[in-house]
Design a protein around this ligand. Sequence first.
Ligand code: KIV
Length: 422
Amino acid sequence: MTPPHQPPTPQQQTPPAPAQNQAPPQPQQPPRPTAPAIPPANYPVDTPTITAYMPEAIESYPQESAPKQDNGYLSDPSAEYESNAPVSEPKPVGGRRRADVQQDAPSQVGNDQSASHRAARRAQAMASAAASSAIGGSAAPVENKPSGGSGPGDGTKKPRRYRVHHLRDMKNRGEKWAMLTAYDQYTAEIFDQSGIPVLLVGDSAANNVFGYETTLRVTVDELIPLARAVAGAVERALVVADLPFGSYQASPEQAFHTAVRFMKEAGVHAVKLEGGRNMVPMVEKLTQSGIPVMAHIGFTPQSEHSIGGYRVQGRGDQAAGLIDDAVALAEAGAFSVVLEMVPGDVAAEITKRVSIPTIGIGAGRDTDAQVLVWQDMAGLRSGTMPRFVKQYADLRGILTTAATTYAADVASGTFPTDEHTF
Ligand code: KIV
């Protein structure tokens, strides 16, 4: 064995001749430059404006029956829906595009054998998914099946692929649904298989992936690879990408070019942008070009500095303006609207006024849908959570235990054993 930090011997520098029909070894890559230090993730959740948030009584607005809008999305149940049964066996998480680790596979596989090898890899990935679920607490093997989760309620048919008109249909039927952020292949697959109808590749990747202090710094070039991973990993969910700060506000044309990049380079199905009536020209340009747009009003993190911090929006006198924003964006063609940190009764009023789905985050229980950042929902992030977050798991605790146990096993020689040795 070569001791560490010693130059390789000439014999080691000569690559071994490739075996017949085996791929030659790849040339060694030069070492990667060390990434510059980045500031710690710091979603400013514990600012006084959030902790002091108290829903207040606000003016009530006359309830008009929502005008039926037809923005051209046809509902064709026969083509798009399926019965409650899963379409097919769920694919194993990560199994479709992951380079599988060679076990004791022969060096070459004939074409006639490739199907059975694919099936074997699939079964293996299913088994490892079940095993990792067992590590999380249950000793019994866990079936890697979609739960059905959020989506059309029990007994109704689920779309094979969620389209914007399905979300409208769900609003009309009074069915609530959940949206989550996703920024990578595995979470996208898990959430898709859990029945989450819409996944958002949010610019919150700034805080939750890249470790920036605010969403303002994340760029189109940084978000596109994440969006591509998510869009490539789902079978059923509608994938929406956030247009980051500075990539759409200058003009409808700028918005169009940025949105086209996300559609072509990442394969997302829709885009999201922040802003009220000032965004109507951008929403019109995109929707008229065939790009579905999710709007985002209330607290809009990209305007954090002009808003003056993380503050509830739409209280008191501001409520009427917020309602006008939602109505204008719906009329411009937006297929849904996120309401962030909006008093519950204002969100309820907007939800009645517009025919498109409203998606709340810190906007109470009366919106048509809810969204959370997945790391908040699953307890991966540390620190104080915003009041609107409910934590459904303790992934940080689970990963900490896994990593410390692994390190202890390596230190004590408990891992690897013969079982893990070729
Ligand atoms: O970027 C994001 O994650 C969002 C949601 C929280 C709505 O905009």
